[in-house]
Design a protein around this ligand. Structure first.
Ligand SMILES: Nc1ncnc2c1ncn2[C@@H]1O[C@H](COP(=O)(O)OP(=O)(O)OP(=O)(O)O)[C@@H](O)[C@H]1O
Length: 369
């Protein structure tokens, strides 16, 4: 995807931000299936800085989990990966994780790369006490710790999650679902990883526990400078807990930027539709996006959203949009913003390329009648 930048962004860069701990560039992930490859992630690029939370949102099946696992090198066998995932942590030292030997990657998982899953019960061993889980995790990655140090680190992590030290010798089944999830998070964070992916960490929980966990995650990343990618269906959580947001559609990131800016002033038509679909107290009727996301085994040419886009132009059906960088720093992969930033790009859409696509459809239906 090409990028076009607004003059305002080039002329007046903001205060120098910290170097990203993770930089993903042009990442592609394919599943091999009997009916051909499914390109679940297709040319995705983003950065995450230390202590920052990036919310990853989008409809079911758009590739969020595949992206999260692809970044960590945790895709199942038979999956092809291409692109760059540069991790600037102590041990990874700026290496590209794509193509790294599985053994090398394994060494980084835990101490530098963490994953928080949705179902804690499937990850905790019912026959092991919580203390044993922590001992195993810490001993695997930090071999020189004494028993006392392990205990101190574990209790500190548990306390941060609101689990009292008196529960250290309990078994997983003695905790509620919300507590188990907090224990899982404590287990992922006890190693103080530089970068963590949390894939729908609160989906199975009630709203109060969800709010508590999100608050704890926010505190911890501040305390330990952990960079976090939070995958969620809940846009409220993103608005509440994320610094930045990336909106995915059909394997692409279509918009990304400061979360408050994107929520207050969405640019990409898909983001606008997604935000309109969210139920709020002021909602008087349910809004949904007509149609369904494209088949990732055979995605449409041009903009992948054009068939469902209320403002699609003729040219959108044939030309993949470049990524426009707006003055606010928000990036949007839409022809409308691209032309706004760089008017000469309109030429690439050709003659009649800016005519509304809906009108074109109506004409062709009328012609057939
Ligand atoms: N193991 C697999 N084999 C083949 N295709 C897969 C596999 N896992 C996922 N896919 C396909 O890849 C695409 C992206 O799936 P993914 O689970 O990453 O989406 P998602 O946005 O996380 O969805 P959800 O929000 O429902 O979890 C979908 O089309 C899905 O059908």
């Amino acid at each position: 995807m090409t990028t076009t930048e607004s003059a305002a962004t080039q002329a007046a860069p903001a205060a120098t931000p910290r170097e990203p701990v993770l930089s993903v560039r042009d990442l592609r992930v394919w599943y091999g299936t009997e009916r051909g490859p499914i390109q679940a992630v297709d040319g995705v690029s983003f950065d995450v800085r230390p202590g920052e939370t990036l919310g990853l949102v989008g409809e079911s099946g758009c590739g969020k989990s595949t992206l999260g696992r692809g970044v960590l090198g945790l895709t199942p066998p038979g999956v092809a990966l291409d692109g760059e995932v540069v991790l600037r942590s102590e041990r990874a030292a700026g290496r590209n994780l794509v193509g790294l030997a599985p053994k090398e990657l394994q060494k980084l998982r835990g101490p530098e790369l963490g994953l928080i899953f949705q179902e804690p019960m499937t990850r905790l061993n019912p026959l092991m006490k919580i203390s044993e889980h922590f001992e195993e995790t810490l001993r695997t990655h930090e071999k020189n710790l004494t028993k006392q140090q392990i205990r101190e680190r574990s209790l500190e992590a548990l306390r941060g999650m609101g689990i009292p030290p008196s529960r250290y010798e309990n078994y997983p089944h003695e905790f509620s679902g919300g507590m188990r999830q907090r224990i899982m998070i404590a287990l992922a964070l006890v190693l103080r990883p530089a970068f963590v992916v949390a894939d729908e960490p609160t989906t199975a929980l009630d709203v109060l526990v969800e709010a508590q966990i999100i608050k704890i995650l926010a505190d911890l990343r501040k305390n330990f400078d952990t960079a976090l990618v939070l995958i969620t269906h809940n846009l409220g959580i993103v608005a509440e807990a994320c610094d930045r947001v990336a909106v995915m559609y059909a394997g692409h990131i279509v918009e990304q930027g400061d979360a408050r800016e994107v929520f207050a002033n969405p640019q990409h038509p898909y983001t606008k539709e997604l935000l309109r679909s969210t139920i709020s107290l002021s909602t008087t009727g349910l809004h949904y996006i007509p149609g369904s996301p494209p088949d990732l085994g055979d995605p449409p040419v041009g903009c992948r959203f054009h068939q469902r886009c209320p403002v699609a132009m003729r040219g959108c059906a044939e030309n993949e949009p470049p990524e426009a960088v707006l003055a606010s720093g928000v990036r949007s992969a839409c022809w409308h913003q691209a032309i706004e930033v760089e008017p000469s790009l309109a030429d690439e859409l050709g003659k009649d390329g800016r005519e509304p696509l809906a009108a074109v459809k109506e004409i062709s239906v009328a012609d057939e009648a």
